[in-house]
Design a protein. Structure first.
Length: 366
């Protein structure tokens, strides 16, 4: 397998009004690593993947695969393989023929083709489907065939372009686990594009978060979830998303307080050094829904009080949307807690887990 390095990669689409789809993207993907590019539609993640594959011409920078600059090397000679969102199977060919096709045009000996196809089919659990045509397969089976077609080529790098987006929710969960297990089995370098942050968090060794063509942050799932570098990363990762509140930093009797207007919270002493330069100023405070507990009676400088506007029971937990005069706060509470729409409740935040961001730049305050 291989290391993939992107150095100051950029893509500009011309025309009367040029559009910079990817801006100065630099990422180093280690050998055998599973890296997920994630972000909203139009953030540049698929364009980046297509440039790695050679399907999109680059406007600037370098792509290095296994130590070789591949900027001007055609896709077929880059020793990569790509699994597409729409499977891209030949409808008139059997599963076996679809998986073997790429090897046949490379004039691989028939005996070796047969061995590779059957081994890939065994790994993916589709040995009994080899004689079927794609129209006789379910969505999940077609996706396995598309993955199998990539496996038989034994490329240095596997590229996945939103491969699960056409599957139903249950099958997506199953295929996530199967692709992760496949990575462990093949010990392959894999680059995976998705807009689904759950896929990113559950599958990746490292995540690359993109927005408007720019890399926002790179790190392990837990690094990004627990220590986001800006408000975009903090709000993009997590379901429901992080709550953001504009607060005024007050210093009183040796302690810091965060005054939102409709509530005032005493800061955790761990944050004193972070908040000190912002005394008398406004900042953004972020709290994840799981960082709240439900309590019956509000406590001065400790709780957020409001009216329940929505209750979402999910079985293992309950999401509660609490409206205050200035905001709507989302909290996750125990499924055994009985809460009704229209009821006045108090949410007790775990202030040690609060995140703080600069009001103007949106960057995390460390």
């Amino acid at each position: 397998m291989a290391q993939v390095i992107l150095k100051n990669l950029s893509k500009v689409y011309g025309g009367k009004t040029p559009v910079e789809a990817v801006k100065d993207c630099s990422i180093e993907i280690k050998d055998k690593e599973f890296v997920v590019l994630v972000g909203p539609s139009g953030c540049g993640k698929t364009t980046t993947l297509r440039m790695i594959a050679g399907l999109e011409e680059i406007s600037g920078g370098e792509i290095i695969i296994d130590g070789q600059v591949v900027n001007h090397i055609p896709p077929k000679d880059r020793d990569i393989d790509m699994v597409f969102q729409n499977y891209a199977l030949y409808p008139h060919m059997s599963v076996y023929e679809n998986m073997a096709f790429g090897l046949k045009i490379r004039k691989i000996p028939r005996k070796e083709i047969d061995a590779r196809v059957h081994e890939a089919a065994r790994i993916l659990g589709i040995e009994d489907l080899l004689k079927r045509k794609p129209k006789a397969l379910s969505g999940g089976q077609r996706q396995r065939v598309a993955v199998g077609r990539a496996i038989v080529r034994q490329p240095k790098v596997f590229l996945f372009d939103e491969p699960l987006s056409n599957l139903d929710a249950k099958l997506r969960v199953q295929m996530r686990a199967e692709i992760s297990a496949l990575h462990e089995k093949l010990q392959a370098t894999m680059i995976y594009v998705t807009h689904d942050q759950i896929e990113a968090l559950t599958m990746a060794d490292r995540i690359v978060v993109m927005k408007d063509g720019e890399v926002q942050q790179v790190g392990t799932p837990m690094e990004l979830y627990n220590n986001p570098e800006n408000m975009f990363v903090a709000g993009f990762l997590g379901t429901p998303p992080m709550n953001f509140m504009a607060v005024f930093v007050e210093y009183e009797n040796g302690s810091y307080y965060l005054n939102e207007g409709s509530f005032r919270l005493k800061a955790n002493m761990l944050h004193d050094s972070i908040l000190s330069p912002y005394a008398g100023k406004k900042i953004i405070m972020g709290l994840r829904p799981e960082d709240f507990t439900f309590c019956m009676k509000g406590e001065v400088d400790r709780t957020i009080n409001g009216t329940v506007s929505v209750v979402e029971p999910l079985g293992s937990e309950t999401n509660v949307y609490v409206s205050t005069p200035t905001n709507t706060i989302t909290g996750k509470i125990s499924p055994t807690a009985i809460v009704h729409k229209g009821e006045t409740i108090s949410l007790l935040p775990t202030m040690a887990k609060a995140k703080f961001f600069d009001m103007d730049t949106g960057k995390a305050i460390f």
